[in-house]
Design a protein around this ligand. Structure first.
Ligand SMILES: NC(=O)C1=CN([C@@H]2O[C@H](COP(=O)(O)OP(=O)(O)OC[C@H]3O[C@@H](n4cnc5c(N)ncnc54)[C@H](OP(=O)(O)O)[C@@H]3O)[C@@H](O)[C@H]2O)C=CC1
Ligand SMILES: CC(=O)N[C@@H](CCC(=O)OP(=O)(O)O)C(=O)O
Length: 311
């Protein structure tokens, strides 16, 4: 008999993307509540406790509430929201983060799916911090642009509404208090929060995440090749994260990995000037959300992590 997966918030932007991947996957029984019952507390409580796995695709408060409704030891949870990403007792669902992270996810009963921006940021910097090429007290910054589906149904309505898109490109997070900063700092193991400069573009899906680095100022003055090698070695066995050469590439498009569940990392820069631009591309709804949730579900169920995903 197939194991069951209840998708709470299954008609939202992320929920629908997960259903699409799991339908292609075919290995699980997908449980969703119909329109009349999808916000009914009793119906949700029953579904949350009946399922082998639950994927929460809800706003943060509703995700916290859903976890409190689970009163058995069997149901295993993947939370796609921000609610538990730095919480005690939860395993951070970025399997590529550390050499043992995939095993930790595989054995966990509570997994917090990472934010889309932190997925790119952490993949770019964590190997360099682990090797000591970037010190833990380094003042990092991260510039990133998302497709507008990153803002869920309300932002999709804003960009696709009658008046047309509000802007081709706009920045936000200007008070430097974006909800993704705590997980970036904690899981990169940085002493200070990075300066996070997000933006949203008039394209449905896709994401560019960029970390500028003054190599000449770093204590070990790593070369561009040393940075690229650190990333290549870190993701050598990964099905979803790839390091591509930068030679001959003069621009990176936000759409580069849109429509897939993969993430591509590149190291650009100017050796003479001792400056680097580390760049990740992903789909905010793919490796940034639904693809990551299905990857974690596969790991927890003991399956090949890429089953049902588009690479
Ligand atoms: N979009 C993205 O790229 C990413 C999103 N996430 C996270 O995933 C989660 C879902 O986001 P997203 O799919 O974009 O959001 P959406 O707004 O598109 O979907 C959220 C869904 O949850 C439903 N919902 C809200 N409250 C309740 C409740 N109490 N009980 C049951 N259902 C409820 C909503 O219904 P209704 O609309 O009727 O209120 C809606 O269908 C969020 O926490 C988000 O931060 C994570 C990574 C990336
Ligand atoms: C474009 C846009 O608005 N993006 C959202 C992040 C989407 C996302 O990743 O949400 P989670 O925190 O659940 O991961 C934002 O910046 O708040």
């Amino acid at each position: 008999m197939k194991q069951s997966v209840f998708i709470d918030g299954g008609v939202g932007t992320t929920g629908l993307e997960i259903v699409e991947r799991l339908t292609r996957h075919g290995g699980f029984e997908i449980v969703r509540l119909d329109e009349a019952r999808r916000k009914d507390a009793d119906a949700r409580k029953e579904a949350l406790n009946d399922a082998d796995f639950v994927i929460l695709c809800l706003p943060d408060d509703a995700a916290r509430e859903a976890v409190t409704m689970i009163d058995n030891d069997k149901t295993r949870v993947i939370d796609a929201s921000t609610a538990h990403r730095v919480a005690e007792g939860w395993v951070y669902g970025l399997p590529e983060l550390e050499p043992d992270q995939a095993d930790r996810i595989a054995g966990a009963s509570r997994v917090a799916n990472p934010g889309c921006y932190p997925t790119g940021f952490l993949a770019l910097v964590r190997p360099l911090i682990r090797l000591g090429l970037i010190p833990a007290d380094w003042p990092l910054s991260v510039n990133a642009t998302s497709g507008y589906s990153g803002g869920g149904r309300s932002m999709i309505a804003e960009f696709e509404g009658e008046g047309g898109p509000p802007s081709a490109f706009r920045n936000y997070g200007l008070s430097l208090a974006h909800k993704h900063v705590p997980e970036m700092q904690k899981h990169a193991r940085l002493e200070h929060p990075p300066i996070f400069q997000p933006a949203v573009a008039d394209t449905y899906r896709g994401m560019l995440v960029e970390v500028p680095l003054a190599l000449h100022a770093l204590p070990r003055k790593p070369s561009l090749a040393a940075c690229e090698k650190a990333l290549t070695d870190a993701y050598a066995g990964s099905a979803l994260v790839h390091v591509e050469p930068s030679e001959g590439v003069s621009a990176i498009m936000i759409e580069a990995d849109a429509g897939t569940d993969r993430m591509t990392l590149r190291v650009f820069g100017n050796e003479e000037r001792g400056q680097a631009r580390l760049i990740a591309t992903l789909d905010n709804l793919g490796k940034g959300a639904a693809g990551a949730a299905v990857q974690n579900l596969n790991l927890m169920a003991g399956l090949d992590p890429a089953t049902g995903l588009t690479l």
